[in-house]
Design a protein around this ligand. Structure first.
Ligand code: CA
Ligand code: CA
Length: 546
């Protein structure tokens, strides 16, 4: 947003809120407070820590280079833990850090028990985990179990003959399609046929993704135990859990590949392993982008959390259409369908989709409003690195188009932007001199300043992670509003999807009689039986009401 439109926005707020009961800064005069820092520490010590945590997804290769080779590494990330701590991050999710030919940015693993030499050593990994734990930051890893790299020793052996000990560890067929495990399709997610001829073995292997990523055969019990042992290996090293890549696709059947009963049974076995280690968590990447319910089992036997892509990957369309209905619908669905104990993992982006800046079509107010919803809903937010800066997309491609959203982190306006003293492995994104940590730190109107304020508002307040949630009727698809409450406090969080100022009536009877705006803009005037909510165009407001 330009300074001129910021000025206009302030004027609208002034017109709408003059003399009201909703001015910022009055929260402590109206409502009881707690020592939020110590509340935050308490929440992170309990078994439900993940429900109150703020996660941060890191692409190690693009975060911080410690040795000038242009490639981010584990030691570099370790040196930035204080930045993450100060931002309020409780846990980091590392995209794959394993040895890899890098045909799919590390999602093609050639050794499950090692570290990519570009990123460092196992000792560097141990040092990272120790330094993170010292700062009360947990570390979860990407667990990529559907496939390995075709350079993995398991595949090298499996492809060597039809009779070797691992001959059945992958999905082999005499024909480039197989009725038993064709998923009802012969197409791969990336590229054409899902079957690739291996000349040595003279058979075809199944690959759901790139041909360099053969699918493991989970019908073989040895594969089941070998992969569960991979999880144990890292849990023994002290990691706090896993983000499980495309785990719905483990088993194939004739017609269906998505979370079939055998895959669900495997997930329950994985959960048992994880439960042997207190306080560790599993988060699912659902293949079904609009319904993650199946991954959550009975609420305690499969995943602790699953990504809410129904919002996370589609909010840009809602803002583009100035229409909150799809957002209301997707959260209503998780509210009504999730088993007790299940937790939404809330995102507005990831390494797989265009950056929030792009989804917002370059409108930073959309990005802010999308984050305001993400951070207000019942669940656990995951930030994607650089999102807090509104990082602009790149234009260079090393692996595939998703590299536009995987550019190096920008720490300052120096030639290497604080990321590297060498040549970055991937060119920096656009407007790198403006959208970086140092520049945004100094600007109270920056995206980083917005995130600092929004994240501080969540800190220690259990209501956000586990409080009750009720989607409020606003009478218009242009205004989204949600009511969050627990025994101690309650909030109304509201977003105007449109460019015009909106004023709506909230009819929920017991919203209380007092409101204090704690973030954003606008006014909430409460009275018996409801209230009037006013938001400027492109505005959002979070109001404490109890
Ligand atoms: Ca490096
Ligand atoms: Ca599979």
């Amino acid at each position: 947003m330009s300074r001129a439109s910021l000025g206009l926005l302030s004027l609208l707020v002034f017109l709408g809120g003059c003399g009201g009961d909703d001015d910022g800064g009055s929260e402590s005069a109206k409502f009881p407070e707690k020592d939020w820092a110590s509340e935050a520490a308490k929440l992170q010590e309990g078994p439900d820590w993940y429900r109150h945590a703020l996660f941060y997804e890191v692409f190690v290769r693009s975060y911080q280079d410690s040795n000038g080779d242009g490639i981010g590494d584990l030691a570099g990330l370790t040196s930035k833990l204080d930045y993450l701590k100060e931002l309020g991050i409780d846990a980091i999710w590392l995209m794959p850090i394993f040895p890899t030919p890098f045909k799919d940015s590390g999602y093609d693993i050639s050794d499950y028990r090692g570290v990519n030499p570009d990123y460092g050593t196992l000792a560097d990994f141990d040092a990272l985990v120790a330094a993170a734990h010292e700062r009360k930051i947990r570390v979860i890893m990407d667990l990529v179990l559907n496939h390995t790299s075709n350079q993995h020793a398991w595949f090298t052996e499996s492809r060597s003959s039809k009779t070797n000990p691992k001959a059945d560890w992958y999905v082999w067929s005499d024909t480039p399609s197989a009725p038993d495990n064709g998923c009802g399709t012969d197409s791969a997610v990336f590229g054409d046929s899902a079957w690739q001829l291996d000349p040595t073995r003279n058979q075809y292997y199944f690959h759901r993704f790139y041909p360099e990523q053969p699918d493991l055969n989970y019908e073989n019990p040895e594969v089941v135990s070998a992969t569960l042992d991979v999880a144990r290996f890292w849990l023994d090293k002290g990691v706090d859990g896993f983000r499980c890549d495309v785990i719905g696709l483990l088993y194939e059947s004739a017609t269906e590949c998505d979370l079939i009963p055998k895959t669900q049974a495997y997930i329950r076995e994985l959960r048992k392993v994880v439960d042997e280690y207190p306080g560790r968590v599993l988060v699912a990447e659902p293949s079904n982008l609009t319904d993650a319910t199946g991954y959550l089992g009975n609420g305690s036997d499969m995943f602790h959390m699953a990504f809410h892509f129904g919002y996370g990957y589609f909010w840009g369309f809602s803002f583009g259409g100035h229409d909150a209905s799809a957002i209301t619908d997707t959260f209503q669905k998780s509210l009504s369908q999730f088993p007790p104990g299940a937790q939404d993992a809330l995102v507005i982006g990831s390494h797989d989709v265009p950056r929030a800046y792009s989804a917002a079509q370059g409108d930073d107010t959309r990005h802010r409003r999308a984050a305001a919803i993400q951070l207000s809903m019942k669940g656990t937010p995951f930030l994607y690195y650089g999102e807090e800066l509104a990082l602009r997309p790149g234009s260079e491609k090393v692996v595939d188009l998703r590299d536009y959203a995987r550019t190096p982190m920008l720490w300052n306006a120096d030639p290497g932007h604080g990321f590297t003293t060498g040549k970055p492995w991937l060119a920096f994104g656009q407007e790198a001199d403006t959208f970086n940590v140092t520049a945004e730190d100094a600007d109270p109107a920056s995206m980083l300043s917005f995130y600092r304020d929004a994240l501080a508002l969540r800190r220690g307040r259990a209501v956000w992670g586990t409080g009750e949630m009720e989607l409020l009727e606003t009478g218009t698809k242009r205004v989204f509003a949600v009511y969050r409450s627990d025994d101690f406090m309650a909030y109304v969080s509201a977003v105007n999807m449109s460019e015009e100022a909106e004023s709506v009536e909230l009819t929920r009877p017991d919203l209380g009689s007092r409101a204090a705006r704690v973030l954003g803009e606008g006014k909430l005037a409460l009275r018996s039986g409801g209230g009037t909510l006013s938001l400027p165009g492109q505005g959002f407001g979070i109001f404490r009401v109890k």
